[in-house]
Design a protein around this ligand. Structure first.
Ligand SMILES: [Zn+2]
Ligand SMILES: [Zn+2]
Length: 299
């Protein structure tokens, strides 16, 4: 069972220097935005942070990890490409790590629990090698659905090269300003929006449901993460396409999924049982034990 598949956390012994170098370069590259500016670069930056940020939230998270709705394969691949261009790793690796997070949230095998400190949960965990999460032959066991798909496997393998090619394309189109804004600065914004879900949304905010771990609903994280900051709700209802469940919990990611639904492109959109609007009002509700989205995993 997956419970036995993840090694107990050990003191960091192996640093992922390639990831550390890559993320450092992205942050240093974003400083170029202070010296190079054009309005076209600015607007491409705004557009691409939505495209790639929502690629992560709509596709990597709610579609591929939790299968909270269905889309035609061509759209799944297109949305996966949007997620790939957020430079957070390929779909198999991202999804496997996140499935493990849900299975062990804030317990010893959680890859990024703030129990080990805010900065660990925010970004330091990214630089630390864990066999079960970093070796393809091990982490693919957590994503058998994606590992069967040759297109997803291709996107996994090509994810870094696709980002480099995209950076070169942006530079060719708009020079240093385009590279600084639409590539580096945009990546920094999307990075920290995603990372705050792992750090701040497991520390600060309110809990609508007693999920027996630290996930929180946090409005300011939701603001910079396309609705993902409402993070206690999906820990209670991992299969829900909507993470914002109260009227004030604005969830841009879910609005886009609903839009795909209205266009006939998204089907079987899953929500908590009953109408979310009629869920018990803002007070703790004891939920049954949460199961891993892919409970049949074994090693
Ligand atoms: Zn979480
Ligand atoms: Zn999730």
């Amino acid at each position: 069972m997956i419970a036995h598949a993840i090694a107990a956390p050990t003191t960091p012994t192996r640093i992922k220097w390639d990831i550390l170098a890559g993320i450092t370069i992205v942050h240093l590259g974003a400083l170029l935005a202070l010296f190079h500016f054009s309005w076209s670069a600015f607007w491409v930056c705004i557009a691409m942070q939505f495209v790639t940020g929502l690629g992560v939230t709509v596709c990597y998270h709610r579609l591929l990890t939790h299968r909270s709705f269905q889309v035609p394969k061509w759209l799944e691949y297109l949305l996966t490409l949007c997620g790939v261009l957020a430079l957070q790793g390929g779909p198999l690796k991202w999804v496997s790590t996140h499935r493990v997070h849900h299975a062990f949230a804030d317990r010893p095998n959680d890859p990024h629990s703030p129990n080990k400190g805010f900065w660990w949960a925010h970004m330091l965990w990214l630089f630390t090698w864990v066999d079960q999460l970093d070796m393809p032959e091990k982490f693919t066991k957590f994503v058998p659905d994606l590992a069967r798909d040759p297109i997803q496997r291709f996107l996994e393998k090509a994810s870094t090269m696709l980002n480099i090619a995209f950076g070169v394309l942006l530079f060719a189109l708009g020079g240093w300003a385009m590279l600084a804004w639409a590539f580096f600065a945009r990546l920094v914004f999307v990075y920290h929006g995603t990372w705050l879900v792992n750090s701040a949304s497991h520390l600060w905010g309110y809990q609508s449901y007693d999920t027996n771990e630290g996930s929180r609903n946090n409005w300011w994280v939701a603001l910079v993460s396309y609705g993902e900051g409402w993070h206690n709700n999906p820990h209670a209802y991992p299969h829900s396409a909507a993470h914002g469940l109260r009227w004030w919990e604005v969830d841009i990611t879910y609005l886009l999924i609903r839009f795909f639904g209205l266009c006939g492109l998204a089907t079987r959109i899953r929500l908590p049982q009953g109408n979310p609007a009629k869920l018990p009002s803002f007070k703790p509700v004891v939920m049954p034990k949460i199961k891993l989205p892919v409970p049949s995993l074994s090693v």
